[in-house]
Ligand binder design. Sequence first.
Ligand code: NAD
Ligand code: ZN
Length: 347
Amino acid sequence: MKTKIIRTSRAPWDSNWKADSLLIYDRYLLKVPGFRGWLKRFPASYGVKAGEELKDISAFPGHLSRISRLTSEMASRRMTILVAGGGSVGDFGGFVASIYKRGVRLVHLPTTWLAAIDSSHGGKTALNVEGAKNQIGTFYPASEVYLVKPFLMAQPPERAVEATGEALKMMILKGSAFFPPRIFTKDPSEALWTALPKLIQGKMSIVEKDPTETSGFRHLLNLGHTMGHVFEAELKMPHGLSVTYGLIFALIYSRSRRDCSEKDLAAIFSHPAWRMFLPSALHLRSLSIPPSRIRTLLLKDKKRTSRQLLRFIFVRKMGKPFIREIGVDEILDEVARQKRLLKVVYG
Ligand SMILES: NC(=O)c1ccc[n+]([C@@H]2O[C@H](COP(=O)([O-])OP(=O)(O)OC[C@H]3O[C@@H](n4cnc5c(N)ncnc54)[C@H](O)[C@@H]3O)[C@@H](O)[C@H]2O)c1
Ligand SMILES: [Zn+2]
């Protein structure tokens, strides 16, 4: 089943939702103008607190019992679960929809940029087990994803700056048309809103070739995430920002291995969005994490293929990424090299 993506400037309504529907929503959204009124139209709703605790398996039976009580009168064949929130609520609500009554119709309404660009598409749902992220899950694509402008625009502007890293990732993976520089004359939120359909199309074109992550092709979506996850875990930097510095690392690494020419690297860095991130003291700080710590965090990463080897995504040029297995020591050597380089650049 193909997911329908609907971009709208107001909270949507479908007469099918009048009966047999449950809205699972991030309670934060009660602060967003218009949300409370919209919520009241649903026959049942379930508010949750966003975050990793929501995804914890130990709390799941309690959630499921409450959801079951709220929907006891509903006809399972016609039931729809709508999920409004960021990635954590989407992962949780998507998982509920995939197993409740052996699977009911799922509709996503992502309200963070990360969820709108990334997590609400591609069908991955997830729960955490004893602190380990995404250990349990299903592949369960939504039948519809609604991108609701007022919900997304309720986020502070810095969230859009952070999420721009994921947009740059898609541009590098799929080519410049997926995040054209010309849209970047507006503010970052408007730029993302304009680019959303292309960014989603970019993700889906990769997912469709490997929907259940079996061939390894879908792994390309992790461009920038190998080092990005190290920065996120160690510096508590937001995900999107960590990915941006992870991307910069992967691009410069591709150049130092001669996989990417100076000209092709310059073409990628010519996008005006990079100016929001460079030059930055954070960039130098990200590479100043002690090597032993980077090693530990890299080896914890699930992209590890054997004891000391990782699947790393390099770039030949815009739209031409590729995957190579690489030793952790080689990555650490490159970290040291880039750090020396940065000290010269930033002083
Ligand atoms: N399933 C996938 O393919 C996939 C992909 C990437 C990430 N993820 C998961 O997504 C999660 C991270 O996503 P996230 O950052 O969206 O998480 P989140 O759901 O925790 O949201 C982050 C914060 O934004 C707030 N928020 C939500 N909507 C808002 C709005 N409109 N305005 C202001 N604040 C708002 C939330 O209350 C929360 O405090 C992680 O759990 C990660 O594992 C899943
Ligand atoms: Zn990401």
